[in-house]
Design a protein around this ligand. Structure first.
Ligand SMILES: [Zn+2]
Length: 578
Protein backbone atom coordinates (compact mmCIF):
# COMPACT_ATOMS: atom_id res chain seq x y z
CA UNK A 1 0.00 0.00 0.00
CA UNK A 2 2.66 2.39 1.01
CA UNK A 3 4.74 1.57 -1.99
CA UNK A 4 1.87 1.70 -4.41
CA UNK A 5 0.89 5.07 -3.09
CA UNK A 6 4.27 6.46 -3.78
CA UNK A 7 3.88 7.11 -7.52
CA UNK A 8 0.63 8.96 -6.94
CA UNK A 9 2.10 11.07 -4.16
CA UNK A 10 5.09 11.74 -6.30
CA UNK A 11 2.88 12.66 -9.23
CA UNK A 12 0.90 15.12 -7.13
CA UNK A 13 4.06 16.60 -5.70
CA UNK A 14 5.50 16.87 -9.15
CA UNK A 15 2.46 18.73 -10.39
CA UNK A 16 2.42 21.02 -7.40
CA UNK A 17 6.13 21.82 -7.59
CA UNK A 18 6.51 21.43 -11.34
CA UNK A 19 9.11 18.71 -11.00
CA UNK A 20 9.61 17.27 -14.47
CA UNK A 21 8.55 13.63 -14.64
CA UNK A 22 11.13 12.84 -17.24
CA UNK A 23 14.58 11.93 -16.01
CA UNK A 24 16.35 14.83 -14.28
CA UNK A 25 19.24 16.51 -16.05
CA UNK A 26 22.45 14.57 -15.61
CA UNK A 27 24.55 15.87 -12.73
CA UNK A 28 26.61 18.90 -13.71
CA UNK A 29 30.26 18.08 -14.33
CA UNK A 30 32.50 18.36 -11.27
CA UNK A 31 34.10 21.73 -10.68
CA UNK A 32 37.75 22.58 -11.37
CA UNK A 33 38.59 24.10 -8.04
CA UNK A 34 37.19 24.29 -4.53
CA UNK A 35 38.35 26.70 -1.84
CA UNK A 36 37.11 25.33 1.44
CA UNK A 37 37.42 25.68 5.21
CA UNK A 38 37.31 29.45 4.75
CA UNK A 39 35.60 32.40 6.36
CA UNK A 40 34.28 33.85 3.17
CA UNK A 41 32.81 37.32 3.37
CA UNK A 42 30.92 37.40 0.10
CA UNK A 43 29.69 41.03 -0.18
CA UNK A 44 26.38 39.49 -1.20
CA UNK A 45 23.83 40.95 1.25
CA UNK A 46 21.60 37.85 0.93
CA UNK A 47 24.33 35.44 2.07
CA UNK A 48 27.02 37.45 3.78
CA UNK A 49 29.16 34.56 4.96
CA UNK A 50 30.06 31.22 3.39
CA UNK A 51 32.50 28.40 4.12
CA UNK A 52 33.49 27.26 0.68
CA UNK A 53 33.40 28.20 -2.97
CA UNK A 54 33.33 26.14 -6.16
CA UNK A 55 34.97 27.40 -9.33
CA UNK A 56 34.83 26.24 -12.92
CA UNK A 57 37.11 27.90 -15.43
CA UNK A 58 37.21 31.62 -14.65
CA UNK A 59 33.90 31.70 -12.83
CA UNK A 60 32.25 30.99 -9.52
CA UNK A 61 29.79 28.10 -9.64
CA UNK A 62 28.56 28.48 -6.07
CA UNK A 63 29.44 29.66 -2.59
CA UNK A 64 27.93 28.00 0.44
CA UNK A 65 28.54 25.59 3.30
CA UNK A 66 31.38 23.09 3.10
CA UNK A 67 29.17 20.08 2.63
CA UNK A 68 27.25 21.34 -0.36
CA UNK A 69 30.33 22.74 -2.05
CA UNK A 70 32.50 19.69 -1.42
CA UNK A 71 29.76 17.58 -3.01
CA UNK A 72 30.79 19.19 -6.31
CA UNK A 73 34.22 17.64 -6.06
CA UNK A 74 35.26 15.20 -8.75
CA UNK A 75 38.42 13.17 -9.29
CA UNK A 76 40.19 16.04 -11.04
CA UNK A 77 38.96 18.83 -8.76
CA UNK A 78 41.73 20.74 -7.03
CA UNK A 79 41.05 21.77 -3.46
CA UNK A 80 42.54 24.66 -1.55
CA UNK A 81 42.19 24.48 2.21
CA UNK A 82 41.96 28.07 3.43
CA UNK A 83 42.66 26.99 7.00
CA UNK A 84 39.89 29.21 8.43
CA UNK A 85 41.36 32.37 6.95
CA UNK A 86 39.16 35.24 5.85
CA UNK A 87 38.42 35.30 2.12
CA UNK A 88 37.09 38.39 0.35
CA UNK A 89 36.33 39.33 -3.23
CA UNK A 90 39.52 40.76 -4.77
CA UNK A 91 39.85 44.52 -4.42
CA UNK A 92 39.58 47.11 -7.14
CA UNK A 93 41.60 50.32 -6.98
CA UNK A 94 39.36 52.94 -8.57
CA UNK A 95 41.98 55.63 -9.06
CA UNK A 96 45.50 54.77 -10.03
CA UNK A 97 48.29 55.98 -12.33
CA UNK A 98 49.59 52.56 -13.12
CA UNK A 99 52.42 53.22 -15.55
CA UNK A 100 53.83 56.05 -13.42
CA UNK A 101 53.60 53.95 -10.29
CA UNK A 102 55.19 50.95 -11.99
CA UNK A 103 58.08 53.00 -13.36
CA UNK A 104 58.59 54.33 -9.83
CA UNK A 105 59.24 50.77 -8.67
CA UNK A 106 62.34 50.74 -10.84
CA UNK A 107 63.63 54.02 -9.32
CA UNK A 108 64.47 55.51 -5.93
CA UNK A 109 61.43 55.09 -3.69
CA UNK A 110 61.26 57.91 -1.14
CA UNK A 111 57.88 56.99 0.33
CA UNK A 112 57.94 57.08 4.13
CA UNK A 113 61.37 58.69 4.15
CA UNK A 114 61.10 61.06 7.07
CA UNK A 115 64.57 62.59 7.34
CA UNK A 116 67.14 64.14 5.03
CA UNK A 117 69.64 61.45 6.07
CA UNK A 118 67.21 58.73 5.03
CA UNK A 119 66.74 60.34 1.63
CA UNK A 120 70.50 60.64 1.13
CA UNK A 121 70.94 57.02 2.12
CA UNK A 122 68.34 55.76 -0.35
CA UNK A 123 69.60 57.92 -3.22
CA UNK A 124 73.19 56.83 -2.66
CA UNK A 125 72.26 53.16 -2.32
CA UNK A 126 70.36 53.33 -5.61
CA UNK A 127 73.19 55.17 -7.39
CA UNK A 128 75.73 52.63 -6.14
CA UNK A 129 73.55 49.73 -7.22
CA UNK A 130 72.98 51.21 -10.69
CA UNK A 131 76.40 52.48 -11.80
CA UNK A 132 75.40 52.59 -15.48
CA UNK A 133 72.15 54.47 -15.04
CA UNK A 134 72.74 57.92 -16.59
CA UNK A 135 70.06 59.62 -14.45
CA UNK A 136 69.01 58.90 -10.87
CA UNK A 137 65.26 59.39 -10.64
CA UNK A 138 62.89 58.99 -7.75
CA UNK A 139 59.61 59.96 -6.19
CA UNK A 140 57.87 60.28 -2.87
CA UNK A 141 59.58 62.96 -0.74
CA UNK A 142 57.27 65.06 1.43
CA UNK A 143 57.35 68.68 2.50
CA UNK A 144 57.48 68.24 6.30
CA UNK A 145 60.88 66.51 5.91
CA UNK A 146 62.39 69.92 5.25
CA UNK A 147 60.61 71.64 8.14
CA UNK A 148 57.38 73.57 7.74
CA UNK A 149 57.15 75.32 4.41
CA UNK A 150 60.85 75.00 3.49
CA UNK A 151 61.79 73.15 0.31
CA UNK A 152 64.73 70.85 -0.40
CA UNK A 153 68.12 72.07 -1.61
CA UNK A 154 70.40 70.74 -4.38
CA UNK A 155 73.37 70.55 -1.96
CA UNK A 156 71.75 67.68 -0.06
CA UNK A 157 71.86 65.60 -3.25
CA UNK A 158 75.26 66.89 -4.41
CA UNK A 159 76.76 65.46 -1.22
CA UNK A 160 75.81 61.92 -2.22
CA UNK A 161 75.73 62.06 -6.04
CA UNK A 162 77.90 64.88 -7.43
CA UNK A 163 78.73 63.35 -10.82
CA UNK A 164 75.36 62.23 -12.21
CA UNK A 165 72.07 64.13 -12.52
CA UNK A 166 69.47 63.42 -9.82
CA UNK A 167 65.79 64.28 -10.26
CA UNK A 168 63.28 63.55 -7.49
CA UNK A 169 59.57 64.31 -7.65
CA UNK A 170 57.53 65.10 -4.52
CA UNK A 171 54.89 62.60 -3.39
CA UNK A 172 52.10 64.78 -4.80
CA UNK A 173 53.77 65.36 -8.17
CA UNK A 174 53.54 69.14 -7.72
CA UNK A 175 57.17 69.91 -6.88
CA UNK A 176 60.49 68.44 -7.80
CA UNK A 177 64.07 68.52 -6.67
CA UNK A 178 67.26 68.43 -8.73
CA UNK A 179 70.96 68.31 -7.90
CA UNK A 180 73.49 70.71 -9.44
CA UNK A 181 74.35 68.35 -12.28
CA UNK A 182 70.69 68.01 -13.30
CA UNK A 183 70.15 71.80 -13.15
CA UNK A 184 73.24 72.32 -15.33
CA UNK A 185 72.09 69.72 -17.87
CA UNK A 186 68.69 71.43 -18.04
CA UNK A 187 70.46 74.76 -18.60
CA UNK A 188 68.92 76.30 -15.47
CA UNK A 189 71.00 79.19 -14.13
CA UNK A 190 70.37 82.61 -12.61
CA UNK A 191 69.25 83.96 -15.98
CA UNK A 192 66.61 81.30 -16.66
CA UNK A 193 63.09 82.75 -16.56
CA UNK A 194 60.29 80.94 -14.73
CA UNK A 195 58.12 78.98 -17.17
CA UNK A 196 54.37 79.67 -17.27
CA UNK A 197 52.68 77.82 -14.34
CA UNK A 198 56.01 77.10 -12.70
CA UNK A 199 58.61 78.57 -10.39
CA UNK A 200 62.35 78.03 -10.11
CA UNK A 201 63.02 78.53 -6.40
CA UNK A 202 66.08 80.79 -5.89
CA UNK A 203 68.31 81.81 -3.01
CA UNK A 204 69.05 85.41 -1.99
CA UNK A 205 71.70 85.63 -4.74
CA UNK A 206 69.25 84.53 -7.40
CA UNK A 207 70.77 81.05 -7.84
CA UNK A 208 68.42 78.10 -8.31
CA UNK A 209 68.24 76.12 -5.05
CA UNK A 210 67.27 72.88 -6.75
CA UNK A 211 63.58 73.08 -5.74
CA UNK A 212 61.24 73.42 -8.70
CA UNK A 213 57.53 74.13 -8.39
CA UNK A 214 54.87 72.78 -10.73
CA UNK A 215 55.84 73.23 -14.42
CA UNK A 216 59.41 74.33 -13.59
CA UNK A 217 60.15 70.65 -12.99
CA UNK A 218 59.44 70.00 -16.66
CA UNK A 219 62.62 71.90 -17.58
CA UNK A 220 64.61 69.08 -15.99
CA UNK A 221 62.17 66.26 -16.78
CA UNK A 222 62.51 67.10 -20.49
CA UNK A 223 66.20 66.12 -20.33
CA UNK A 224 65.60 62.73 -18.71
CA UNK A 225 65.82 59.92 -21.27
CA UNK A 226 62.39 58.38 -21.97
CA UNK A 227 61.97 54.78 -20.83
CA UNK A 228 62.16 52.25 -23.63
CA UNK A 229 59.31 49.88 -24.44
CA UNK A 230 61.20 47.03 -22.81
CA UNK A 231 61.76 49.09 -19.66
CA UNK A 232 58.07 49.96 -19.52
CA UNK A 233 57.06 46.32 -19.90
CA UNK A 234 59.46 45.31 -17.16
CA UNK A 235 58.07 48.06 -14.92
CA UNK A 236 54.50 46.90 -15.59
CA UNK A 237 55.37 43.34 -14.62
CA UNK A 238 56.64 44.67 -11.31
CA UNK A 239 53.59 46.88 -10.87
CA UNK A 240 51.20 44.03 -11.55
CA UNK A 241 53.02 41.85 -9.03
CA UNK A 242 52.80 44.58 -6.38
CA UNK A 243 49.10 45.04 -7.09
CA UNK A 244 48.29 41.32 -6.81
CA UNK A 245 50.40 41.13 -3.66
CA UNK A 246 48.33 43.92 -2.10
CA UNK A 247 45.09 42.11 -2.99
CA UNK A 248 44.14 44.06 -6.11
CA UNK A 249 42.49 42.26 -9.00
CA UNK A 250 41.43 45.31 -11.03
CA UNK A 251 42.46 48.94 -11.37
CA UNK A 252 40.76 51.97 -12.87
CA UNK A 253 43.51 53.95 -14.49
CA UNK A 254 42.95 57.69 -14.09
CA UNK A 255 45.23 59.00 -16.78
CA UNK A 256 48.61 58.44 -18.48
CA UNK A 257 47.95 54.76 -19.27
CA UNK A 258 45.76 55.13 -22.34
CA UNK A 259 48.74 55.60 -24.65
CA UNK A 260 50.22 52.31 -23.43
CA UNK A 261 47.18 50.10 -24.00
CA UNK A 262 49.16 48.05 -26.50
CA UNK A 263 51.72 47.22 -23.79
CA UNK A 264 48.99 45.91 -21.51
CA UNK A 265 47.70 43.95 -24.48
CA UNK A 266 51.14 42.50 -25.14
CA UNK A 267 51.30 41.24 -21.55
CA UNK A 268 47.88 39.72 -21.98
CA UNK A 269 48.89 37.91 -25.16
CA UNK A 270 51.96 36.55 -23.35
CA UNK A 271 49.77 35.25 -20.53
CA UNK A 272 51.36 37.70 -18.09
CA UNK A 273 48.34 39.85 -17.33
CA UNK A 274 47.00 39.00 -13.87
CA UNK A 275 45.30 42.32 -13.14
CA UNK A 276 42.23 43.71 -14.89
CA UNK A 277 42.49 47.21 -16.34
CA UNK A 278 39.91 49.88 -17.02
CA UNK A 279 41.74 52.73 -18.71
CA UNK A 280 40.54 56.30 -19.21
CA UNK A 281 41.68 58.70 -21.91
CA UNK A 282 43.08 61.92 -20.46
CA UNK A 283 41.34 64.96 -21.92
CA UNK A 284 42.79 68.45 -21.44
CA UNK A 285 41.11 71.75 -22.30
CA UNK A 286 40.09 73.01 -24.79
CA UNK A 287 38.36 69.65 -25.21
CA UNK A 288 37.43 67.10 -27.83
CA UNK A 289 38.80 67.13 -31.36
CA UNK A 290 37.93 64.75 -34.20
CA UNK A 291 41.29 63.04 -33.53
CA UNK A 292 40.69 62.53 -29.81
CA UNK A 293 37.16 61.25 -30.45
CA UNK A 294 38.54 58.75 -32.97
CA UNK A 295 41.16 57.59 -30.45
CA UNK A 296 38.68 57.03 -27.61
CA UNK A 297 36.17 55.33 -29.95
CA UNK A 298 38.78 52.98 -31.31
CA UNK A 299 40.04 52.06 -27.82
CA UNK A 300 36.47 51.31 -26.78
CA UNK A 301 36.02 49.05 -29.82
CA UNK A 302 39.32 47.26 -29.44
CA UNK A 303 39.38 46.87 -25.65
CA UNK A 304 36.09 45.87 -24.10
CA UNK A 305 36.40 42.59 -22.25
CA UNK A 306 37.03 41.41 -18.70
CA UNK A 307 40.77 42.09 -18.87
CA UNK A 308 41.29 45.39 -20.65
CA UNK A 309 38.65 47.98 -21.36
CA UNK A 310 38.67 51.52 -22.69
CA UNK A 311 35.72 53.87 -22.93
CA UNK A 312 36.45 56.15 -19.97
CA UNK A 313 37.50 59.78 -20.22
CA UNK A 314 39.30 61.60 -17.43
CA UNK A 315 39.62 65.32 -17.11
CA UNK A 316 40.84 67.71 -14.41
CA UNK A 317 38.96 70.74 -13.18
CA UNK A 318 41.47 71.98 -10.63
CA UNK A 319 44.68 71.32 -8.68
CA UNK A 320 45.29 70.62 -4.99
CA UNK A 321 44.56 72.41 -1.70
CA UNK A 322 48.18 72.30 -0.48
CA UNK A 323 49.36 74.41 -3.44
CA UNK A 324 46.25 76.67 -3.38
CA UNK A 325 45.36 75.40 -6.86
CA UNK A 326 42.13 73.62 -5.88
CA UNK A 327 39.23 75.83 -7.05
CA UNK A 328 37.31 77.17 -4.03
CA UNK A 329 34.00 79.02 -3.85
CA UNK A 330 35.53 81.41 -1.27
CA UNK A 331 39.19 82.51 -0.91
CA UNK A 332 41.72 80.39 0.96
CA UNK A 333 41.81 81.05 4.69
CA UNK A 334 45.56 81.48 4.98
CA UNK A 335 45.81 83.76 1.93
CA UNK A 336 42.62 85.63 0.97
CA UNK A 337 44.15 86.76 -2.34
CA UNK A 338 43.92 83.16 -3.59
CA UNK A 339 40.93 80.95 -4.35
CA UNK A 340 42.39 78.57 -6.91
CA UNK A 341 41.47 78.56 -10.54
CA UNK A 342 39.38 76.24 -12.69
CA UNK A 343 41.46 74.55 -15.41
CA UNK A 344 38.49 74.72 -17.78
CA UNK A 345 36.23 77.53 -18.89
CA UNK A 346 32.98 76.41 -17.18
CA UNK A 347 30.87 76.73 -20.34
CA UNK A 348 33.34 74.76 -22.41
CA UNK A 349 33.61 72.09 -19.73
CA UNK A 350 29.82 71.64 -19.54
CA UNK A 351 29.56 71.44 -23.30
CA UNK A 352 32.35 68.83 -23.43
CA UNK A 353 30.73 66.74 -20.67
CA UNK A 354 27.39 66.78 -22.50
CA UNK A 355 29.14 65.70 -25.70
CA UNK A 356 31.00 62.84 -23.98
CA UNK A 357 27.80 61.74 -22.22
CA UNK A 358 25.90 61.71 -25.51
CA UNK A 359 28.60 59.46 -26.96
CA UNK A 360 28.21 57.04 -24.06
CA UNK A 361 31.63 57.50 -22.47
CA UNK A 362 31.97 57.28 -18.73
CA UNK A 363 33.47 60.49 -17.38
CA UNK A 364 35.94 60.87 -14.51
CA UNK A 365 36.40 64.47 -13.35
CA UNK A 366 39.19 65.38 -10.94
CA UNK A 367 37.63 67.95 -8.57
CA UNK A 368 39.18 68.76 -5.19
CA UNK A 369 37.94 72.28 -4.33
CA UNK A 370 34.27 72.91 -3.53
CA UNK A 371 33.91 75.12 -6.61
CA UNK A 372 35.24 72.38 -8.89
CA UNK A 373 33.01 69.75 -7.26
CA UNK A 374 29.95 71.94 -7.79
CA UNK A 375 30.78 72.59 -11.43
CA UNK A 376 31.24 68.86 -12.09
CA UNK A 377 27.85 68.09 -10.50
CA UNK A 378 26.22 70.90 -12.50
CA UNK A 379 27.76 69.60 -15.74
CA UNK A 380 26.65 66.00 -15.09
CA UNK A 381 23.15 67.17 -14.21
CA UNK A 382 23.00 69.23 -17.37
CA UNK A 383 24.28 66.35 -19.54
CA UNK A 384 21.65 63.91 -18.24
CA UNK A 385 18.93 66.50 -18.82
CA UNK A 386 19.85 67.55 -22.34
CA UNK A 387 20.72 64.02 -23.51
CA UNK A 388 17.89 62.23 -21.61
CA UNK A 389 20.51 59.71 -20.48
CA UNK A 390 20.24 57.48 -17.41
CA UNK A 391 22.66 55.39 -15.38
CA UNK A 392 25.83 56.75 -16.98
CA UNK A 393 27.47 56.78 -13.55
CA UNK A 394 29.71 59.79 -14.13
CA UNK A 395 32.35 60.09 -11.45
CA UNK A 396 34.00 62.80 -9.45
CA UNK A 397 37.52 61.96 -8.35
CA UNK A 398 38.91 63.09 -4.95
CA UNK A 399 36.19 65.47 -3.53
CA UNK A 400 38.40 66.73 -0.73
CA UNK A 401 36.13 69.68 0.07
CA UNK A 402 32.47 70.26 -0.69
CA UNK A 403 29.77 72.82 0.00
CA UNK A 404 27.12 71.44 2.40
CA UNK A 405 24.36 71.96 -0.16
CA UNK A 406 26.10 69.75 -2.74
CA UNK A 407 26.48 66.61 -0.60
CA UNK A 408 23.12 65.00 -1.39
CA UNK A 409 23.46 65.68 -5.12
CA UNK A 410 25.64 62.57 -5.57
CA UNK A 411 22.71 60.36 -4.62
CA UNK A 412 20.12 62.41 -6.46
CA UNK A 413 22.09 62.59 -9.71
CA UNK A 414 23.61 59.11 -9.61
CA UNK A 415 27.16 60.49 -9.56
CA UNK A 416 29.87 58.17 -8.18
CA UNK A 417 32.09 59.58 -5.44
CA UNK A 418 35.52 58.16 -6.24
CA UNK A 419 37.65 58.88 -3.19
CA UNK A 420 41.02 57.86 -1.77
CA UNK A 421 40.86 57.28 1.99
CA UNK A 422 44.60 57.54 2.58
CA UNK A 423 44.57 61.12 1.26
CA UNK A 424 42.71 62.10 4.42
CA UNK A 425 45.39 60.51 6.63
CA UNK A 426 45.64 63.16 9.37
CA UNK A 427 49.40 63.67 9.42
CA UNK A 428 51.20 67.04 9.51
CA UNK A 429 50.62 67.61 5.81
CA UNK A 430 46.85 67.25 6.25
CA UNK A 431 46.39 68.99 9.59
CA UNK A 432 48.95 71.76 9.27
CA UNK A 433 48.98 72.60 5.57
CA UNK A 434 45.73 71.29 4.06
CA UNK A 435 43.48 72.28 7.00
CA UNK A 436 45.22 75.62 7.51
CA UNK A 437 44.76 76.52 3.85
CA UNK A 438 41.01 75.99 3.80
CA UNK A 439 40.33 76.97 7.43
CA UNK A 440 38.32 75.28 10.19
CA UNK A 441 34.84 75.93 8.82
CA UNK A 442 35.45 74.16 5.50
CA UNK A 443 37.68 71.53 7.10
CA UNK A 444 34.50 70.26 8.83
CA UNK A 445 33.58 68.91 5.41
CA UNK A 446 36.87 67.16 4.67
CA UNK A 447 36.47 63.92 2.69
CA UNK A 448 32.76 63.50 3.50
CA UNK A 449 32.34 59.89 2.38
CA UNK A 450 29.95 59.05 5.18
CA UNK A 451 27.65 61.99 4.40
CA UNK A 452 27.67 61.20 0.69
CA UNK A 453 26.74 57.59 1.35
CA UNK A 454 24.10 58.57 3.92
CA UNK A 455 22.37 60.70 1.32
CA UNK A 456 22.28 57.88 -1.24
CA UNK A 457 25.54 58.44 -3.09
CA UNK A 458 27.67 55.50 -4.28
CA UNK A 459 31.27 55.29 -3.09
CA UNK A 460 34.25 53.86 -4.95
CA UNK A 461 37.65 53.80 -3.23
CA UNK A 462 41.18 53.81 -4.58
CA UNK A 463 44.71 54.97 -3.84
CA UNK A 464 45.95 57.45 -6.46
CA UNK A 465 49.22 55.46 -6.53
CA UNK A 466 52.00 56.61 -6.82
CA UNK A 467 50.82 59.62 -4.78
CA UNK A 468 50.38 57.16 -1.91
CA UNK A 469 50.96 53.42 -1.63
CA UNK A 470 48.69 51.12 -3.62
CA UNK A 471 48.28 48.94 -0.52
CA UNK A 472 44.52 49.29 0.15
CA UNK A 473 44.64 48.06 3.77
CA UNK A 474 46.03 51.33 5.02
CA UNK A 475 43.17 53.03 3.19
CA UNK A 476 40.62 50.73 4.81
CA UNK A 477 42.04 51.55 8.23
CA UNK A 478 41.99 55.30 7.56
CA UNK A 479 38.39 55.21 6.34
CA UNK A 480 37.41 53.56 9.62
CA UNK A 481 39.54 55.53 12.06
CA UNK A 482 40.40 58.87 10.43
CA UNK A 483 43.46 58.65 12.68
CA UNK A 484 47.18 58.19 12.19
CA UNK A 485 48.82 54.90 13.09
CA UNK A 486 49.68 56.55 16.40
CA UNK A 487 45.99 57.20 17.09
CA UNK A 488 46.04 60.98 16.42
CA UNK A 489 43.86 62.99 16.62
CA UNK A 490 42.33 61.31 19.64
CA UNK A 491 38.75 61.14 18.34
CA UNK A 492 39.65 61.15 14.65
CA UNK A 493 39.83 63.86 12.00
CA UNK A 494 36.19 64.90 11.38
CA UNK A 495 35.15 61.68 13.12
CA UNK A 496 31.53 61.79 11.95
CA UNK A 497 32.88 60.79 8.51
CA UNK A 498 34.25 57.48 9.77
CA UNK A 499 32.82 54.56 7.85
CA UNK A 500 31.85 51.10 9.03
CA UNK A 501 33.98 48.16 7.91
CA UNK A 502 31.07 46.85 5.81
CA UNK A 503 30.72 50.12 3.94
CA UNK A 504 34.46 50.47 3.45
CA UNK A 505 34.88 46.97 2.06
CA UNK A 506 31.95 47.63 -0.27
CA UNK A 507 33.65 50.72 -1.70
CA UNK A 508 36.68 48.59 -2.66
CA UNK A 509 34.67 45.64 -4.04
CA UNK A 510 31.04 45.72 -5.16
CA UNK A 511 30.91 49.53 -5.06
CA UNK A 512 34.06 49.69 -7.15
CA UNK A 513 32.56 47.20 -9.60
CA UNK A 514 29.43 49.37 -9.83
CA UNK A 515 31.60 52.42 -10.50
CA UNK A 516 33.07 50.60 -13.50
CA UNK A 517 29.72 49.15 -14.72
CA UNK A 518 30.88 45.65 -13.77
CA UNK A 519 28.70 44.77 -10.80
CA UNK A 520 27.06 41.92 -12.74
CA UNK A 521 30.37 40.08 -13.17
CA UNK A 522 32.64 41.31 -10.36
CA UNK A 523 32.78 42.70 -6.83
CA UNK A 524 31.21 39.87 -4.82
CA UNK A 525 31.48 36.12 -4.38
CA UNK A 526 28.34 34.93 -6.14
CA UNK A 527 27.34 32.33 -8.67
CA UNK A 528 28.32 33.32 -12.19
CA UNK A 529 30.78 36.05 -11.26
CA UNK A 530 34.49 36.01 -12.01
CA UNK A 531 36.50 34.02 -9.48
CA UNK A 532 38.61 36.94 -8.24
CA UNK A 533 39.34 36.55 -4.56
CA UNK A 534 41.87 37.08 -1.82
CA UNK A 535 42.84 35.21 1.34
CA UNK A 536 43.85 37.39 4.29
CA UNK A 537 46.08 36.65 7.25
CA UNK A 538 43.49 38.05 9.68
CA UNK A 539 39.73 38.28 10.11
CA UNK A 540 39.00 41.99 9.76
CA UNK A 541 35.82 41.61 11.82
CA UNK A 542 37.69 40.18 14.79
CA UNK A 543 40.46 42.77 15.22
CA UNK A 544 40.85 46.39 16.26
CA UNK A 545 40.58 48.83 13.33
CA UNK A 546 44.15 49.94 14.10
CA UNK A 547 45.36 46.46 13.11
CA UNK A 548 43.76 46.50 9.66
CA UNK A 549 46.52 48.52 8.00
CA UNK A 550 48.96 45.68 8.68
CA UNK A 551 46.82 43.11 6.89
CA UNK A 552 48.81 40.74 4.72
CA UNK A 553 47.31 39.11 1.67
CA UNK A 554 48.21 35.42 1.71
CA UNK A 555 46.88 34.52 -1.70
CA UNK A 556 45.30 36.30 -4.64
CA UNK A 557 43.23 34.58 -7.29
CA UNK A 558 42.16 36.20 -10.55
CA UNK A 559 39.81 34.42 -12.92
CA UNK A 560 40.14 31.14 -11.02
CA UNK A 561 43.97 31.18 -11.17
CA UNK A 562 46.28 31.74 -8.23
CA UNK A 563 48.38 34.75 -9.24
CA UNK A 564 50.10 35.52 -5.95
CA UNK A 565 51.05 33.49 -2.89
CA UNK A 566 52.77 34.90 0.17
CA UNK A 567 55.70 33.02 1.68
CA UNK A 568 53.54 32.99 4.84
CA UNK A 569 50.76 31.08 3.09
CA UNK A 570 51.29 27.73 4.70
CA UNK A 571 48.03 26.22 3.64
CA UNK A 572 48.34 22.92 1.75
CA UNK A 573 48.19 25.02 -1.39
CA UNK A 574 46.54 22.87 -3.98
CA UNK A 575 45.84 19.22 -3.35
CA UNK A 576 44.34 16.72 -5.69
CA UNK A 577 41.96 14.01 -4.62
CA UNK A 578 43.55 10.60 -4.74
ZN1 LIG B 1 45.23 60.84 -9.63
Amino acid sequence: MRLSCFPLVFFLLAVCFSIPLVAADPLPPPVDLIVTNARLYTMNPQHKWAEAIAIRGEKIVAAGDRKSIEAMRGPATKVIDADQHMVLPGFTDCHIHFMDGSLGLTRVDLNDSKTIEEIQKRVKAYADAHPNEPWIQGMGWTYPTFGGSALPNKKILDEVVPDRPVYLVAFDGHSSWANSKALAMAGIDRNTADPPNGKIVRDEKGEATGALKEAAGDLVAAKVPKPTRAERLEALRKGIHEANKAGLVRVHSAGQDFEYLDLYNELRKNGELTLRFYVAYFLDPPGLTPESIALIESARRQYNDDWISGGGVKTMLDGVVEAHTAAMLEPYSDDPTLSGKLFWDPGKYKETIADLDARGFQIFTHAIGDQAVRLALDAYQNAATVNHTKDRRPRIEHIETISAQDIDRFGKLGVIASMQPLHSYPDEDTLEIWARNIGPERAKRAWVWHSIEDTGGALAFGSDWPVVTLNPWRGVQTALTRQTDEGKPEYGFVPQQRLSLDDTLRAYTIGAAFAGHREKTEGSIETGKLADLIVLDRNLYKIEPTEIGKTEVLMTMVGGKVVYESPNWKSPAVTEKK
